[in-house]
Ligand binder design. Structure first.
Ligand code: GLC
Length: 553
């Protein structure tokens, strides 16, 4: 059971091949390079890799514009290298999830090329066309400011085509039965080559009705069920992780009431309110988001993240909350993007303050869900704001003090490595941190280990415990006679709280899992905790010094 639902307690590491490790010295990362770094990832303790798109692509949106779904971009290697890689990962107990980008293709995809040339071609209806410019062409852009329209005229086709994203990403007509069948075929192909599942890109758009007359698109949730069924028939433990920035009232539509749709969805509500909490030290909206996103089928799970390859999207916050986060983490307009987000990496947002980074990661690892780390964040990498749009937070991994941070032997990598200043590779790199027991990297390894030893977090039910202070978030998890209590002080000042942790199973002890600073529940049923500024505690409730009652598993 536990193994089957492996994603409930996984630790996922997301990486982009092109900027991870270059083995052949052409300045672009590749599968051979990634394979050389699998022991590093294994040592860090992660249990799954989410690999961003690596299929052939003109590369105008970091591979999210695929021109061949059944191949590997030659810059990264071959299909053979891919299989070597999934095998090597598997033999270290690491599962591989890949991006599945099927809301749209590249405009260079042969399907689109054929479709635009010939109205009678088999692939014409695989895309979404209109003879006239639809009235809503100026609405619904995902990249406002950069993207001017969602319908672009194509000279060859003599028609307008629909594109939710950039104009070089024509939307597939996903409700067309042949397109649907092709999506299943793509999934089946990669499953056969060893993947453990898919991060499905842009899910709300895949399932939404598309067409010139569609003003208020209706979502076809049944599609999600058919994806799920297919994946599970092919491979019982394969998972679907949806990128779906949705409201809590729609969560169950994505998970399915009976857990028969997406296994996992990224929790954007929690992500945004978490950043608000870090910026304002007011944890109430975060607690509200946790409670609002709590209902989900037993087999479903949230994917939690701090930063990812996109901007930190703050579109779900109120205007006032968003301004607070902008002021704290991205005050300069050049740090902001599309008027709704911040394009920086985590470490510079937190001024490189170790206490705040630990606090943020401690929250990531103890909120309800499965943590998803972004490459480079384990060593506190920075960003390069001179690069356009989201590129600034997609620079090469900094491995060592060697030229170009040890990422490549090429003189000039395709994407420049951050050099000089507080976040340059000379100071921030994996090699230095590996040798220093106090480094962020080694802290991260320890916290990952502890997260794995607290399966209550992934499996259990949680309750927000009143700490009597909006600057302090306390959560308790219960699962099979085991309980953990986690407490975080988001303020820049020390504080004392007295909280009732709930039933303690006969022993008043709260065993600190990270240090010797244990606590006891007093006669009045309360535990008094003194927390330093940005302090955090992980306790096992009820005096169990060891991690789990194994017999209860
Ligand atoms: C998703 C990806 C983003 C990409 C877009 C278009 O939102 O996360 O990086 O640009 O889809 O595929």
């Amino acid at each position: 059971m536990i193994n089957d639902l492996w994603y409930k307690n996984a630790v996922v590491y997301c990486l982009n091949l092109s900027t991870f490790m270059d083995a052949d010295g052409d300045g672009v990362g590749d599968f051979k390079g990634l394979m050389r770094r699998l022991d590093y990832l294994h040592g860090l303790g992660i249990t799954a890799i989410w690999l961003m798109p690596f299929q052939p692509s003109p590369g105008r949106d970091h591979g999210y514009d695929v021109s061949d779904y059944y191949n590997v971009d030659p810059r990264y290697g071959t299909l053979g290298d891919f299989v070597e890689f999934t095998h090597a990962a598997k033999s270290r107990g690491i599962r591989v999830i890949i991006d599945l980008v099927v809301n749209h293709t590249s405009d260079q995809h042969p399907w689109f090329q054929e479709a635009r040339r010939d109205p009678k071609s088999r692939h014409r209806d695989w895309y979404v066309w209109s003879d006239r410019k639809p009235a809503n062409a100026g609405t619904g852009m995902v990249f406002p400011g950069v993207q001017k329209t969602t319908w672009t005229h194509d000279k060859l086709a003599k028609a307008y085509y629909f594109h939710r994203f950039y104009e070089f990403q024509p939307d597939l007509n996903t409700s067309h039965p042949e397109v649907h069948a092709e999506i299943l075929k793509i999934m089946g192909f990669w499953i056969e080559l060893g993947v453990a599942g898919f991060r499905m890109d842009a899910v709300p758009f895949i399932i939404s009705g598309k067409g010139p007359e569609v003003d208020r698109p209706v979502e076809h949730f049944d599609m999600l069920r058919s994806f799920r069924e297919f994946v599970q028939w092919r491979q019982g433990d394969a998972v679907l992780l949806a990128e779906a920035n949705i409201l809590p009232q729609d969560d169950l539509k994505y998970f399915g009431d009976d857990g028969d749709r997406m296994h996992m969805c990224f929790n954007f509500q929690v992500n945004q309110t978490l950043f608000y909490a870090l910026a304002s030290a007011d944890t109430r909206p975060l607690a509200k988001a946790l409670n609002a996103t709590e209902p989900r089928p037993a087999t479903a799970q949230w994917g939690l993240f701090l930063r990812n390859h996109d901007e930190l999207d703050l579109g779900r916050l109120t205007e006032k909350q968003r301004r607070t986060v902008f002021a704290a983490f991205g005050p300069d307009p050049c740090m902001q993007l599309y008027d709704r987000g911040i394009r920086r990496r985590l470490a510079p947002m937190l001024d490189g303050d170790r206490r705040r980074m630990e606090l943020a990661y401690s929250l990531l690892f103890t909120l309800p869900g499965t943590p998803v780390l972004r490459y480079g964040d384990e060593i506190g990498m920075g960003d390069d704001l001179s690069l356009p749009e989201r590129e600034c937070a997609r620079t090469p991994m900094q491995w060592s003090t060697e030229p170009n941070g040890g990422f490549t032997k090429a003189k000039t990598p395709e994407v420049p490595v951050i050099s000089g200043g507080p976040y340059g590779f000379e100071r921030i790199n994996a090699a230095i941190q590996r040798r220093n027991p106090e480094s962020l990297l080694n802290w991260m390894e320890r916290i990952i280990r502890m997260r794995k030893e607290c399966p209550e977090i992934g499996w259990g039910r949680f309750a927000v415990i009143d700490a009597g202070d909006p600057g302090v978030l306390a959560l308790r998890y219960d699962w099979r006679n085991n309980a953990v209590l986690v407490v975080h002080n988001l303020k820049d000042k020390p504080c004392e709280v007295a909280l009732d942790p709930g039933p303690t199973g006969g022993s008043p002890r709260l065993t600190n899992l990270l240090s010797e600073d244990h606590a006891d529940v007093g006669e009045d049923g309360r535990a008094c905790l003194v927390l330093e500024a940005y302090g955090y505690r992980w306790f096992r409730v009820g005096g169990l010094d060891y991690i789990l009652r194994r017999s209860d598993l």
